[in-house]
Design a protein around this ligand. Structure first.
Ligand code: NAI
Ligand code: MG
Length: 363
């Protein structure tokens, strides 16, 4: 079995958080015979410093060939004025595009120990476990025409175009239904079919995919604005939410605030299954950025990065029990009151990045 993982730690706190994942992988290889083979490359500002690009062709080829890519974070003030095509984010965009990562998975899990840090009442979020599946490569962020036209009368017109084709909706719906089967078996599809043609098509195609292949899964449809309201009113009603690129961007940020700190949130981006091996290209990354304000101080919270690796175990290597064990270890450490500064609470013990990693490893 091939078990190659390509690490792209990036800039700022990216390498600090990735260091804790490296410890966990080494421990798994030593004690569980997992045989993960690691390689490492440069992305973002550090790649620009070394090669003058946001990611080199050699590292792109390695990312394309790996079973999974773990990505830290990119960017920082040092590179704020580098040319647009080679800015740090260009590395991440290139990876998403070339690997065709069309499905973005953003879990919103509320660890019981952190329920009081939520924007909502603790009882509304305690035990919360939602998975938002956002379409990542289509919709209004990419549709053409996309431009600002000068109307000549002192007026301008800004144009973006929302486009979704059947195949794009089919494949994202398929991912959502497949994932629901491994969870609470329920999908809520969100669009705005009341005012958008792409929403009408989205609704029809999701309904057809459900009828054809996934009728065992509970399917519900909700208008995206009502969905946003329900997310903050009664978030525990949801299991898997599937939605387009724009609504998914907003709804996943809303869901993030239900669970506490940016330092806690993992994500996965998946591509289509390979025709012969059935294996999906995949990239796992924390939701947070490079946090220049705390970089180099050894105080960053590594949990988002570690939880991203748990998603990697689950989705790229089908190591479901191991993923669960790692997530359980995170919950236990939090229950014990061990905290990094960003999630510090009354009566808790504050630790740095590597102590947090060690505590999780010990569990
Ligand atoms: P950020 O996520 O880096 O930081 C926002 C705030 O949250 C900061 O106060 C930071 O200290 C804190 N924070 C974030 N992650 C944390 C962690 N793991 N532990 C403790 N505290 C944490 O977002 P910001 O400040 O808007 O962007 C900083 C840089 O990161 C920019 O150059 C931006 O372009 C880049 N960025 C990169 C992303 C990526 O690589 N995917 C995503 C978002 C931003
Ligand atoms: Mg966003």
């Amino acid at each position: 079995m091939s078990n190659t993982i390509f690490l792209l730690p990036g800039d700022g706190i990216g390498p600090e958080a990735m260091g804790e994942v490296r410890k966990i992988i080494a421990h798994m290889n030593d004690t569980m015979g997992t045989g993960f083979i690691l390689d490492e490359g440069l992305v973002g500002g550090c790649a620009y410093d070394a090669h003058g690009v946001a990611i080199s062709e050699e590292d792109m080829a390695k990312a394309m060939a790996a079973d999974a890519v773990l990505f830290g974070a990119v960017g920082g003030p040092k590179w704020d004025s580098v040319p647009y095509e080679v800015r740090p984010e260009a590395g991440l965009l290139r990876l998403r595009k070339d690997m065709q990562l069309f499905a973005n998975l953003r879990p919103a899990i509320c660890y019981p120990a952190l329920a009081s840090a939520s924007s909502l009442k603790p009882e509304l979020v305690e035990g919360l476990d939602i998975l938002i599946v956002r379409e990542l490569t289509g919709g209004v962020y990419f549709g053409e025409p996309k431009e600002i036209i000068d109307l000549g009368n002192g007026q301008k017109r800004g144009i973006d175009t929302q486009i979704y084709d059947t195949y794009e909706i089919e494949r994202i719906a398929g991912v959502a239904f497949e994932l629901a089967r491994t969870r609470q078996n329920a999908v809520c599809s969100m669009e705005k079919r009341n005012v958008m043609k792409s929403g009408v098509l989205w609704n029809q195609v999701v309904t057809e995919v459900h009828k054809r292949t996934y009728s065992d899964v509970k399917l519900e449809h909700m208008l995206a604005d009502a969905g946003g309201m329900q997310l903050v009113r009664a978030p525990k009603q949801f299991d898997v939410i599937v939605t387009d690129n724009l609504f998914g961007d907003m709804l996943s940020d809303v869901a993030a605030m239900l669970t506490g700190s940016l330092g806690m949130l993992p994500s996965a981006s998946l591509g289509a299954p390979d025709a012969t091996t059935g294996k999906r290209k995949a990239l796992y990354e924390p939701v947070h950025g490079s946090a220049p304000d705390i970089a180099g101080k050894g105080i960053a919270n590594p949990i988002a990065m570690i939880a991203s690796f748990a998603m990697c175990l689950r989705y790229s290597f089908n190591m479901v029990a191991e993923a669960y064990r790692l997530e359980k270890a995170i919950a236990t450490v939090l229950d014990k009151g061990i905290r990094t500064g960003d999630i510090m609470g009354e009566g808790c013990r504050q630790v740095g990045t590597s102590e947090m990693g060690d505590a999780i490893l010990a569990e």
